[in-house]
Ligand binder design. Structure first.
Ligand code: G4P
Length: 282
């Protein structure tokens, strides 16, 4: 399978990011809790050099909680603050303010030494497409927030959302481009639906997903679809098609439809809370 993110898009995203970095103190980086490494772009370490860093494991409602705790520990050890969140339902959002203060402790200390008091932290949300940036900003900002900047008659500038007297958030998130160099990374991104399905072969993807499930979560597919999981990968997909009555032209098994059902069930949490990659200490 061949995944594409056009170099033109990438350069534009990078340029925007570099410009916005000059304006902020804190990078709030969203990752997908099911694939916390594959959903990052390691270039953020270079782009966000000298900035305070907060890593969020978003969509933690879909991930294995024990793994998410281990990932929080992992990121903390690399010098970032980290928090599990569910932006859709608001879980973990309350702890963000404290996490922001924690992540910016050194900045506050520097300001204090220079005699600067009460300067709000300026933050930007970044992440790859579909990781939940807009949902998170809405959950964090809620309705009560006031927008600042871009007032009529004033030179067009950036829009900042004032979260409280201590924190201002850039209202447009920074888009990071996914890194597909490693085939495994590309596959995991495709599993969670971060790559448009119409450019992928869904049956091939489902076969790879079944391979993964048999290796890491043996028993879940048989529990969900009542199939015998011990057969080869394609026969598992056929069994899912049978169990879900996916038929085409009257009586032939429609494995493409079954592939769609399987991936959709996973993406919507109907196979349970699953994490696709583990931190090194696990
Ligand atoms: P982006 O700005 O980073 O591109 O992502 P966006 O906020 O648009 O979110 C992408 C999808 O992820 C949305 O689903 C959104 O609802 C979902 N999402 C965001 N945060 C969470 C979370 O913490 N948990 C879960 N389960 N889902 C989350 P969608 O299918 O595009 O829309 P809809 O399902 O909300 O209608």
């Amino acid at each position: 399978m061949n995944f594409q993110w056009y170099p033109g898009h990438m350069m534009k995203a990078k340029r925007m990011m570099q410009e916005n970095m000059k304006l902020i103190d804190l990078v709030i980086e969203l990752t997908d809790a099911r694939i916390p490494l594959s959903s990052r772009n390691p270039d953020i370490d270079e782009l966000g050099r000298n900035k305070a860093r907060l890593v969020l494991l978003n969509k933690s409602d879909l991930a294995d909680d024990r793994c998410s705790d281990a990932w929080v520990e992992y990121f903390c050890r690399t010098g970032c603050s980290a928090v599990k969140v569910n932006s859709k339902k608001g879980g973990g959002i309350k702890s963000i303010q404290t996490a922001i203060q924690d992540a910016c402790r050194e900045k506050f200390e520097r300001d204090r030494k220079r005699g600067i008091l009460n300067r709000p932290v300026r933050a930007m949300v970044v992440g790859i497409p579909n990781v939940g940036k807009s949902t998170f900003i809405n959950a964090l900002a809620g309705k009560a927030c006031a927008k600042t900047g871009n007032k009529p008659g004033v030179t067009k500038g950036k829009q900042w959302i004032r979260l409280n007297k201590n924190v201002e958030l850039l209202d447009t998130p920074g888009i990071l481009w996914p890194k597909f160099e490693d085939q495994e990374v590309g596959l995991r991104l495709a599993f969670i639906g971060s790559i448009r399905d119409d450019i992928l072969n869904s049956e091939e993807l489902a076969i790879e997903f079944i391979r993964f499930m048999k290796e890491r979560y043996f028993g879940i597919l048989s529990g969900k679809y009542g199939i015998d999981e011990s057969g080869d990968l394609y026969s598992c997909l056929r069994s899912i098609a049978e169990s879900r009555h996916c038929l085409s032209r009257g009586s032939e098994l429609d494995t493409e439809k079954a592939a769609g059902i399987l991936l959709d069930d996973f993406r919507n949490g109907r196979l349970g809370r699953l994490t696709l990659e583990y931190p090194p200490q696990m």
